[in-house]
Design a protein around this ligand. Structure first.
Ligand code: SF4
Ligand code: SF4
Length: 362
């Protein structure tokens, strides 16, 4: 039985330290140090308030269903999760009281899951507007983590026509968050972010969209196991064809990997077993801000990507240009966004919905 207040073994704990070290780009020699520092941090068990707004709770699901090790339990051993309406035992008035007590104490890490309705009456908890609750709790937080693409930039719920005016944390609250894009968030990234924060007491270096560069510094395309097929001009032309069987590149059937910054090929989903492209589906770009409108239709070819061996740039719809502008044409070459900024949103806030990116402004 575990020595950390839960049902987990020392072996699981060390496994988490090892996984976190790998995700954070540290060698195995860092594992004992991480373990010692975490044990120290776990004594304090920092308070965490997890607010759910407009979403399908997929990020909570992703976290609690992870095994090898049981990530959720380990996380619960490290922190004091004072409020999470999905998994807490308390309900009704009791749960509201637990949340208010955490607010009174202050100095908690605030995790927000789900988009925030900015129009009145579209999203309420205990007769209060989600927008007001978000503002109130963000004001007293020591750090805000937006988990999943709904919380970062609105995600699926904010897709056109968006009658509720749903927005992500920055657009709705004007608050700087550590943005963990992806739909759902990869639980390993969330745990590593919390581990990193507990170890360093610092917000990680982020790109201009608030994403930790360590997880979002490279395109899917640059890390993709099918990249050799792309370079050789071997593409799946349609689903069900021979090329699909052969595992060729999915660019022509809609893959948005050339314009999507995330580490899915390395980190994978479902206990690290597989990921979208590994399972045969094109990347639909869920790690990118405003991806639902920016990348619809999901099986349409991404415009502006230079195909090896073919002169010029692919022609295509202008949807992607709406957000990515000129950067699209060189999307598979460089992550200009990530290299230009310091990662501190205080110094350089990300663009709001409809606002031009630094690349578009030139
Ligand atoms: S286009 Fe998609 S499938 Fe092809 S190499 Fe790039 S990321 Fe992989
Ligand atoms: S591979 Fe693409 S669609 Fe799949 S989770 Fe990663 S960013 Fe999202």
């Amino acid at each position: 039985m575990g020595s950390f207040g839960g049902d987990l073994s020392r072996r699981d704990f060390l496994k988490l330290c090892g996984t976190s070290a790998a995700i954070l780009g540290l060698g195995s020699s860092a594992v004992p140090k991480i373990a010692a520092a975490l044990e120290k941090a776990m004594v304090r068990r920092p308070s965490v308030v997890w607010l759910n707004f407009a979403s399908d709770t997929g990020c909570t699901e992703a976290l609690i269903k992870a095994n090898y090790p049981n990530t959720a339990q380990l996380l619960l051993d490290m922190i004091s999760l004072d409020y999470n309406e999905t998994i807490m035992a308390a309900a009704g008035t009791q749960s509201e009281e637990a949340r208010e007590a955490a607010l009174k104490r202050g100095d908690y890490i605030l995790i927000i899951e789900g988009a925030i309705p900015t129009k009145k009456g579209y999203g309420m908890i205990a007769r209060r507007e989600m927008l007001d609750i978000g503002r109130e709790y963000a004001a007293k937080a020591r750090a805000v983590i937006a988990v999943g693409s709904c919380a970062t930039w609105g995600g699926v719920p904010a897709g056109d026509p968006n009658p509720a005016g749903l927005k992500g944390v920055y657009d709705a609250l004007g608050v700087e968050a550590i943005n963990l894009d992806l739909c759902p968030v990869n639980e390993g990234i969330l745990v590593a972010t919390i581990v990193d924060f507990l170890l360093t007491n610092r917000i990680p270096e982020r790109d201009s969209f608030g994403r930790p560069k360590i997880f979002y510094g490279q395109t899917i395309h640059d890390q993709c196991e099918r990249r050799a097929h792309f370079e050789a001009g071997r593409f799946v032309e349609r689903f069900g064809g021979k090329e699909e069987e052969l595992g060729y590149c999915l660019y022509k059937v809609g893959c948005k990997g050339p314009m999507t910054y995330a580490n899915c090929p390395k980190f994978r989903y479902n206990d690290r077993v597989s990921w979208c492209i590994g399972a045969g589906g094109p990347c639909i770009g869920c790690a990118e801000p405003y991806w639902v409108d920016k990348f619809a239709g999901f099986y349409e070819r991404l415009p502006g990507v230079k195909i090896p061996g073919i002169e010029g740039v692919e022609a295509g719809a202008d949807k992607v240009g709406m957000v990515a502008g000129a950067a699209t044409a060189v999307g598979i070459v460089a992550h200009a966004v990530g290299t230009k900024v310091s990662g501190r949103l205080k110094e350089k806030p990300p663009p709001k919905a409809g606002e031009k990116t630094p690349e578009e402004r030139g």
